[in-house]
Write a protein that binds this ligand. Structure first.
Ligand code: FAD
Length: 461
């Protein structure tokens, strides 16, 4: 008789937890997963999936307009927010049911409760008070929106969580933040017809992305009528007769119907009982893990956003899968966090992988830059003033492509495929050997022949 009730206790049924639980059970482990809200976690319930559905909805506005140039007459299209939200909710319900069915098919026991650590092997289910003794534990509790400083009127501010459930489409919205969630929601609300102001304290949106991408996207967002205000912050929000009056740090006031902050996310560790188990945090407040996602307690693991490594769904899934394979299938998998392709579903879309120009110039002796900005073919008859942007960052000594940055329709789809080439260490000459697919925007990837710049690092004294 085992001293433990289960082999593997997973806290949190989000991207990382669900995958780890299912794979561990498929390897024969006795598994419980505890979820305090809804099965599927952030990605399915209030992240990637509902966000992308809203992005699709917002893009129809351009399509209706652009159709005219192609001979179509589209009379007065009318958008209904409530219909969109209701249909989105039905799809999320369907996905949650599918996640539950998959877990049950793998014989994972799902417990609808918050779970907290009592000590290094015992987990308490808050809903019932029951204690479960677990041989191995996985913490996959994700992250939570952080509003930053406690300003006056913060109670009127929503996060992306609430944005998915607004009763009405705001006529005017102010979004604070410059990261991908902020720019994505700016595009969504603008596309659906809202007046959008984006306020960001830094000098430009999408910190950490290539500077040309940041510049290009900002310009395109502004062309679409989004007001981008940088180097300022929201200092107070006050409820007034016809909305919310927002005071910015330069004393400007803006009256809107909704204020949304997308100012970052914090690892979900509060009240988890980590201190009772001896699980340590790093300086940023995330759970400290080694390359196997093992915490400071050898039989307790953590994956996904709670570890604040690369906060993306496919990363949490890979990490969870690796923990289950290593523990219950004798594998020795270390997840590779380098060169992760990623997309921003802004309008226009962004797809990037690898190094930015600035990072490459810091790390490599010689860097070649290829870039191109052009009007996509579809926009010609449409008469729409929007441009695509492509950039390759190349190691000038080995010819290896170090980074690829795309802004334009379907950039997310394109970067997934470019990712394969980059992971295979493709050179610029490899890109050039590929025949173009014509007429596409993606052909630019294999037809950029002229270097835009070459940077040679000065030799250190
Ligand atoms: P989560 O998916 O957050 O799951 C954690 C789960 O744990 C939650 O269900 C929570 O309720 C539960 N939980 C927490 N504490 C406890 C407890 N004590 N007991 C029981 N249950 C608990 N990523 C992408 O790759 N692409 C995108 O386009 C994208 N868009 C996003 C858009 C938005 C608006 C947001 C917020 C995120 C987006 N992400 C995107 C990020 C992605 O959602 C996360 O990286 C991913 O969900 C992390 O998975 P996880 O397993 O770490 O945690």
């Amino acid at each position: 008789m085992s001293d433990f009730d289960v082999d593997f206790f997973v806290i949190g049924a989000g991207s990382g937890g669900v995958r780890a639980a299912r794979i561990a059970a498929n390897h024969g482990a006795r598994v419980i997963v505890a979820e305090e809200y809804r099965v599927g976690g952030t990605c399915v319930i209030r992240g990637c999936v509902p966000k992308k559905l809203l992005v699709y909805a917002s893009r129809f506005a351009d399509d209706f307009e652009d159709a005219a140039g192609y001979g179509w007459t589209v009379q007065n299209p009318v958008f209904n927010w409530q219909t969109l939200i209701a249909n989105k909710d039905l799809e999320i319900d369907r996905l949650e049911r599918a996640y539950i069915a998959n877990l049950e098919r793998s014989k994972v026991k799902i417990v609808r409760s918050r779970a907290v650590l009592e000590d290094a092997h015992r987990v308490r289910l808050v809903a019932t008070g029951e204690i479960v003794r677990a041989k191995h534990i996985l913490i996959a509790t994700g992250g939570w929106p952080s509003h930053g400083a406690d300003i006056a009127g913060l109670e009127h501010v929503i996060s992306s969580n609430e944005a998915f459930h607004l009763k009405e489409l705001p006529k005017r919205i102010l979004i604070q933040g410059g990261g991908y969630i902020a720019v994505e929601f700016a595009g969504i609300f603008r596309g659906l017809g809202s007046e959008v102001t984006l306020v960001y304290r830094g000098d430009n949106i999408l910190r950490g992305f290539d500077d040309d991408v940041r510049e290009h996207l900002r310009g395109e967002m502004e062309k679409r009528g989004i007001r981008v205000v940088t180097r300022k912050i929201v200092e107070a929000v006050e409820k007034v007769d016809h909305g919310l009056c927002v005071s910015l740090s330069d004393h400007e006031t803006i009256t809107v119907d909704q204020v949304m902050f997308a100012t970052g996310r914090r690892p979900n560790v509060s009240g988890l009982g980590l201190e009772h188990a001896g699980v340590q945090l790093n300086a940023m407040g995330a759970i400290k893990v080694d390359k196997y996602s093992r915490t400071s307690v050898p039989h307790i693991y953590a994956v996904g956003d709670v570890t604040d490594r690369v906060n993306l769904t496919p990363v949490a899934i890979r990490e969870g899968h690796a923990v289950a394979d290593n523990l219950f299938d004798g594998k020795d998998i270390v997840v590779d966090h380098s060169d992760i392709p990623t997309a921003v579903f802004s309008e226009p879309e962004v797809g990037v992988i690898g190094l930015t120009e600035a990072q490459a110039r810091q790390d490599y002796a010689r860097v070649d830059i290829y870039k191109s900005s052009f009007r996509a073919m579809k926009m010609t008859l449409a008469g729409r003033d929007t441009r695509c942007f492509f950039k390759l960052v190349v190691d000038g000594e080995t010819d290896r492509v170090l980074g690829c940055h795309i802004v334009g329709p379907d950039a997310g789809e394109m970067i997934q495929l470019v990712g394969i080439a980059i992971k295979m260490n493709a050179t610029k000459a490899d890109f050039d050997r590929v025949m173009a697919v014509h007429p596409t925007a993606a052909e630019e990837l294999v037809t950029m022949r002229t270097k835009a710049a070459t940077y040679v690092r000065e030799a250190a004294e």
